[in-house]
Design a protein around this ligand. Structure first.
Ligand code: FAD
Length: 567
């Protein structure tokens, strides 16, 4: 009989691990306490690293990045935009470090090309006139949501069970052997099994913790110490796409100096601040301001851009030598498979920690190899050569667009998102109007996602990008709700609308100055007047945390801020 394994965590690492284990014949259940990508994977920069960023400071990670970068381009092209990347040197930046970066890339096998400041500005016209020269590297933009969903979908196709909104609350033990997990269901359950609040157990031959920054908490359930070096990073999102290439600053200290084009937006970030608790850390205005200031040094128009939201993530780093590391920025981005039998005398339990989104597949391969050794399974890894669902045949995109005369930008974006699932989703004769204008998402894609995940509009958002653009759901939230009504009762649809609206608001509240303040007010009025949700929140009996509202940011061009307290 196939060995049974429970994987804890539905981020890139967990979904990738479930896929690899299922492909090699294990009987797998993946449990995730939120929706897929609920943890760090849904809160990254989405940088498909070439490795250039680590080529001087952390060459082991740099080599992993370039190798995985090449593999992901093959197996997941519909999750990647091949933007290319530049490490730009501004006037006054160190020549010596520029050369070190070039040498480091050469040592790690990362292809580079040095271009002049003029050429860099021809490629990216909004780069500052202070650009002296730049190094071209094969960076890209990676969609973490599509990637995790594609891995989970393929795991399911290979026989795995994937449960979201299912929190592991304890590990079952028999003396010092882990024999399974106890988990509690919470909120809407995307596989539609069980009810909220149910506590269940699963017996398993082995438990893999891919719980990222929460790995320490999971290990503590069996008194095992996994001390994570967690650090937070803020990211800020602009309302339009000012650049088409990933722009990095070519400096040794690199907080906030990477700017990544993502679909219709650009992401600025990120800083690196140690935190103790992955669920409870301050989201501070100075961090938002710093991201904008650092990015504006390279792309000056960023300073005056409308910022539509800010968000934070926590890095699941693991430092094998905490005494020897002074700064969180210096903690290795490498990953570690912790065999708790060898390390802690607790059998049946392995953690996989550290790493990057870019290297998730290799992490999954390593932990699956480890389990194959343990259980004597003789099956080779195939995840580096088997394309993910949606990516099997990228040429389908052009072919399908031609067949249905889909030349509009809307159709093009739908087909790009769906990859080779396009015929199945878009092939219906039914009218297919646009539901989310900012991200060009049509009804067919929304209905397809609802069919899979139920009335959870927040997960529909992760699959389709609906509500992630310029208006942050102001104009489409209620239309998305209308699509839920087809298969669900009215109260469920209303709850789904409220949840999505609240989720969008969470990130906007850090960017309330100037034009984004007007947009947020407009969104509120639309929601309040069309959905009749304009009651005074105090009447709902909730406690209002007024300190959660940020003070806003003063910029030289915004003069209508009145009494907001800028920095
Ligand atoms: C600010 C920032 C920017 C980044 N940018 C990049 C980038 O551009 N490129 C890149 O390659 N990497 C980037 N990273 C790193 C990358 O995001 C992470 O290394 C990667 O996403 C981690 O994935 P994971 O699956 O290991 O962890 P996670 O995505 O956090 O997954 C762990 C999951 O476990 C779940 N979980 C925890 N406890 C339980 C429990 N008891 N029961 C059930 N489920 C549980 C959590 O909800 C979570 O979803 C960035 C990280 C940060 C913080």
């Amino acid at each position: 009989m196939a060995p049974t394994v429970v994987v804890i965590g539905g981020g890139a690492t967990g979904t990738g691990t479930a896929r690899d284990l299922a492909m090699r014949g294990f009987d797998v259940t993946l449990l995730e306490r939120g929706n897929l990508t609920h943890g760090t994977t849904g809160r990254t920069h989405g940088h498909l690293h070439s490795g250039g960023r680590y080529a001087v400071s952390d060459q082991e990670s740099a080599i992993d990045c370039i190798e995985e970068n090449r593999i992901l381009r093959d197996i997941a092209p519909h999750c990647i935009e091949d933007t290319g990347g530049l490490f730009v040197q501004l006037e006054g930046d160190s020549d010596e470090y520029f050369q070190e970066k070039l040498d480091g890339c050469a040592e790690c096998g990362i292809p580079t090309e040095v271009i002049s400041g003029e050429e860099a500005r021809r490629q990216e016209p909004y780069l500052t006139g202070e650009t002296k020269r730049a190094i071209r590297v094969p960076d890209g933009a990676l969609d973490p949501f599509r990637l995790a969903v594609a891995n989970a979908a393929d795991a399911i196709e290979h026989g795995a069970r994937v449960e979201t909104h299912a929190e592991v609350v304890d590990l079952l033990t028999d003396e010092s052997d882990v024999t399974g997990v106890r988990f509690r269901r919470q909120g809407p359950n995307y596989r539609g099994e069980g009810s909220e609040g149910d506590v269940e157990t699963i017996e398993a031959d082995h438990v893999v913790s891919a719980a990222g920054a929460w790995a320490g908490q999971v290990a503590a359930m069996v008194d095992v110490d996994v001390v994570m070096a967690i650090s937070k990073g803020a990211m800020v999102v602009t309302n339009v796409r000012q650049i088409d290439t990933v722009i990095n600053r070519c400096l040794p200290k690199d907080e906030g100096d990477t700017i990544i084009p993502h679909e219709t937006t650009v992401l600025l970030g990120a800083n690196d601040e140690p935190v103790d608790d992955p669920d409870d850390y301050p989201e501070e205005q100075w961090e938002v301001n710093m991201m904008i200031d650092v990015a504006s040094e390279m792309i000056p128009i960023i300073e005056n851009a409308r910022m539509i939201r800010a968000y934070w993530g926590v890095r699941p780093l693991y430092d094998p030598d905490p005494e020897g590391t002074e700064d969180t920025g210096d903690v290795t981005r490498n990953y570690f498979v912790l065999d708790h039998e060898e390390r802690d005398d607790v059998s049946g339990f392995t953690s996989v920690v550290g790493g990057k989104l870019t290297t998730y597949r290799e992490m999954a391969e390593s932990v699956t190899d480890h389990l194959c050794d343990r259980f004597g399974v003789d099956a080779a890894c195939r995840t580096h050569e088997e394309p993910l669902p949606g990516s099997r045949d990228p040429s389908i995109l052009e072919e399908y667009m031609g067949r249905f005369d889909l030349r509009s930008p809307v159709a093009k974006r739908s087909v790009q998102r769906l990859g080779d699932r396009a015929p199945e989703v878009l092939g219906s004769e039914d009218p297919n109007p646009v539901v989310c204008e900012c991200e060009a998402v049509t009804r067919a894609e929304i209905r397809d996602a609802i069919k899979d995940v139920g009335a959870d509009l927040n997960t529909v958002r992760l699959r389709t990008r609906a509500s992630m653009g310029n208006c942050q759901g102001g104009f489409c939230t209620h239309r998305l709700g209308a699509e839920v009504y087809h298969d669900h009762e009215a109260p469920t649809a209303r709850d789904a609308i409220d949840e999505l609206y609240q989720e969008r608001w969470k990130g906007q509240r850090h960017t309330l100055w100037g034009r984004q303040l007007s947009q947020a007010m407009l969104n509120h009025m639309l929601h309040a007047t069309t959905m009749n949700h304009d009651a005074d929140p105090r009447l709902r009996g909730d406690t209002i945390d007024f300190t959660a509202f940020d003070a806003g940011r003063k910029t030289s061009t915004v003069t209508d801020e009145g009494s907001t307290n800028g920095d």
